[in-house]
Design a protein around this ligand. Structure first.
Ligand SMILES: CC(C)[C@H](C(=O)O)[C@@H](O)C(=O)O
Ligand code: SF4
Length: 464
């Protein structure tokens, strides 16, 4: 019987298997960030060392400062320093404050070629699913698993089920990978992917750039999936060519030959199949406290009579927390600030899209743009994007997770409504009492220059 892309990568990493279906897997790449300190403490406590330091890479992102803040909490700075100390002690290559390759682990990893097709990559972070965009099997692990991988370069895992999401149709103007993944999550539900690895296939996917594929795979976890992945193709190979940690020269050519075989066989079967017509999508935003509350921007906040009785309690709590009027048009929602950044949407392509919209006006509310990595920042500055943003009163920052999770002190005040390109809109996500609406970079920039949620398709040419 045919095998899926997932089967091929999983099976080539098995070291041992138990009768209960658990497999001991070899880990090709282990990424650690500045919120992983506890795992190193545990390793020390157990008197162990990092088994394969050359396969482990550190990245300062969650706690790093994105601008000069005289009130910066010294504890945050300490977390960044601790990662550097742990890396030094264990002989791990780490990209910390001031390093030209520093960035959000899921932005800088692929960009450095640390993520490769066919590889098994893990990180103590839920959005590790991002890396599957390059044809890797990549998933987030918990703190005790991080310690296990540090000590052994292996991991025990239960074999997940497989789901294929086939996407065909052409994305309309101003409809991006972010709109696609928000629509997928609202279609299958925030738990729809639980227990599965999702493979995205179809013409829409093969037409996507690598940056868009990274956005798509990034939010697979928001549908509950263990991982998201896309078979590597010519787009993948040309993206990886010349990347710092990718194979070089002849070795690269050999690798490409091997990577070409990394696709699901025609007769492979999946445990679940879903089909999406991308041609029908509109720019999409969330209204509630789960990414599954995504709707086309032309829609309205659901009214009481549209809610199933078993969801009423949650609906009422969401309406209150988010300060919403049931039935109101989404475009009527006034916002207090804008965040353009995070491992979902802080790559060059994202910043270019936001800058195109920023050219049409100037920010009505505080707006920050946080590039995903130093390399993205440098390239954006070379193209003059920072100047476009600054001219439109969008604040241009240094790379990091920033307001996505507010762990470094960049936060949304209680009760304030934020148009955000990040991936989670949970209560309190961007700071206690914060209200988050998820959307694409173009939509967030449109909200910035109008001061309310806006259909970016109606904006172009209408604002000065
Ligand atoms: C802090 C970290 C462990 C966390 C995660 O696992 O995803 C963070 O990155 C997030 O996005 O919530
Ligand atoms: S940018 Fe946000 S989602 Fe991504 S790793 Fe950082 S905190 Fe997590």
């Amino acid at each position: 019987m045919g095998r899926t892309l997932f089967d091929k990568i999983w099976e080539s990493h098995i070291i041992a298997e138990r009768e209960n279906g658990m497999a001991l897997l070899f880990i090709d790449r282990h990424l650690v960030h500045d919120a992983t300190a506890q795992a190193f403490d545990q390793l020390r406590l157990e008197g162990k060392e990092v088994r394969r330091p050359e396969l482990t890479f550190g990245m300062a992102d969650h706690y790093i400062a994105t601008h000069h803040d005289p009130n910066r909490d010294p504890v945050h700075e300490q977390m960044v320093t601790t990662l550097a100390e742990n890396a030094h002690e264990q002989g791990i290559t780490s990209f910390g404050a001031g390093d030209e390759y520093q960035g959000i682990v899921h932005v800088a990893g692929p960009e450095l070629g640390l993520t490769l097709p066919g590889a098994l990559l893990v990180c103590g972070d839920s959005h590790t699913s991002t890396h599957g965009a390059l044809g890797a099997l990549a998933f987030g692990i918990g703190a005790s698993e991080v310690t296990h991988v540090l000590a052994t370069q292996t991991l025990w895992q239960q074999r997940p089920k497989t789901m294929r999401i086939r996407i065909d149709g052409e994305l309309g103007p101003q409809v991006s990978a972010k709109d696609l993944i928000l629509t997928i999550i609202s279609t299958i539900g925030a738990n729809g992917g639980t227990g599965y690895v999702i493979e995205y296939t179809g013409k829409t996917i093969s037409d996507l750039s690598i940056e868009s594929r990274l956005t798509l795979c990034n939010m697979s976890i928001e549908a509950g999936a263990r991982a998201g992945m896309i078979a590597p193709d010519e787009t993948t190979f040309s993206y990886l060519k010349g990347k710092r940690f990718a194979p070089q020269g002849e070795l690269f050519e050999h690798a490409v030959e091997m990577w070409r075989g990394l696709k699901s066989d025609d007769d492979a079967s999946y445990d679940k199949e879903v089909a999406i017509d991308a041609g029908k999508l509109a720019p999409t935003v969330t209204w509630g406290n789960s990414p599954e509350t995504a709707l086309p921007i032309t829609g309205h906040i659901p009214s009481l009579n549209e809610i199933e009785s078993n969801k009423l309690e949650q609906y009422n709590a969401t309406i209150e927390y988010m300060g919403l009027a049931p039935g109101a048009m989404l475009t009527s929602l006034k916002i207090d600030q804008v965040f353009i950044g995070s491992c979902t949407n802080s790559r060059l392509e994202d910043l270019r899209e936001a800058a195109e919209i920023a050219k049409l006006g100037s920010a009505k509310v505080p707006t920050i743009v946080v590039p995903g990595s130093q390399q993205v920042r440098q390239q954006a500055e070379k193209e003059g994007l920072h100047e476009i943003f600054q001219k439109a009163s969008f604040e241009w920052r240094e790379p990091g997770c920033s307001m996505c999770v507010a762990m470094n002190g960049d936060s949304v005040p209680s009760g304030a409504r934020c148009a955000s390109t990040s991936n989670r809109n949970f209560a309190g996500r961007q700071g206690p009492g914060s209200r988050t609406h998820l959307m694409s970079p173009a939509m967030a920039a449109a909200a910035a220059i109008t001061g309310h949620l806006t259909d970016v398709r109606e904006l172009e040419g209408n604002i000065c």
